[in-house]
Design a protein around this ligand. Structure first.
Ligand code: DC
Length: 222
């Protein structure tokens, strides 16, 4: 029996994480947060004092961090070299550095290979919902269901501000705009919508409505 892969791409604050976990739970699938993988490698590079402006140094060390992912939608997480980094990878230091690390082709090559292994391992058990920026275009181009989530800049900034302490909507809007530009203009696997993806604007929807719409699309396509 071949399993199901649901690719969920889109910019930060588009509602990918909550929706992806909800869809995985509803369908009894695994869940993979690929952004957490880029964040975990970034945390490791910062810990080792790697120069973020030196792509050659980042590339040379990209095979060193050992990542282990939990794909349980009720308890997702990542460890690097055995260290639980789920707290620190959401902090401002990692968030400010992750675009530089994720633009390095060697980092992407290694993480894409790992993501494909995790996807392959999930298939006998039913499949997986994978969220990221390049899932429908690069990681799993054959995924039968590809969703590209968007939301207005205002809605995205409001959602992120509600998730974080000590920030403002304006600061979040500026930080997201910067990250969007870096993520969508980099040479290696930029944020992009696959030609066969369905675009879903989540601005007017609450979480349950987004999940219901994705489940409807899954039913329609599979
Ligand atoms: O989804 P997130 O905000 O946790 O992702 C963190 C960063 O990782 C984001 O700025 C872009 C990068 N990323 C990527 O390049 N490719 C992915 N598949 C997932 C995330």
């Amino acid at each position: 029996m071949s399993g199901l892969v649901v690719a969920m791409d889109g910019p930060s604050g588009s509602g990918k994480s909550s929706a992806s976990k909800g869809v995985a739970r509803a369908l009894g699938l695994r869940y993979l947060d690929t952004g957490a993988m880029y964040r975990a490698v970034t945390w490791w590079m910062l810990q080792r004092g790697v120069n973020l402006e030196d792509a050659a140094e980042i590339a040379a060390r990209s095979a060193e961090p050992a990542l282990v992912m939990s794909t349980d939608p009720d308890a997702p997480g990542v460890t690097v070299d055995g260290v639980d980094v789920n707290g620190p990878i959401r902090g401002p230091e990692v968030t400010g550095a992750v675009s530089a690390i994720s633009a390095v082709p060697e980092v992407r090559r290694r993480l894409v290979a790992l993501q494909r292994e995790i996807i392959a391992e999930s298939l006998p058990g039913g499949g997986i919902v994978v969220e990221g920026r390049d899932i429908g275009t690069v990681v799993a181009p054959d995924a039968p269901v590809k969703i590209y989530l968007t939301a207005s800049a205002e809605a995205r900034a409001l959602r992120r501000t509600a998730e974080l302490d000590g920030t403002t909507v304006e600061a979040q809007r500026a930080a997201m705009a910067r990250r969007d530009t870096l993520d969508s203009t980099r040479k290696a696997d930029p944020l992009a919508m696959a030609a066969d993806a369905v675009e879903l604007d989540t601005t007017p929807l609450d979480l349950d409505e987004v999940i219901a719409e994705v489940l409807r699309l899954v039913k329609e396509r599979v």
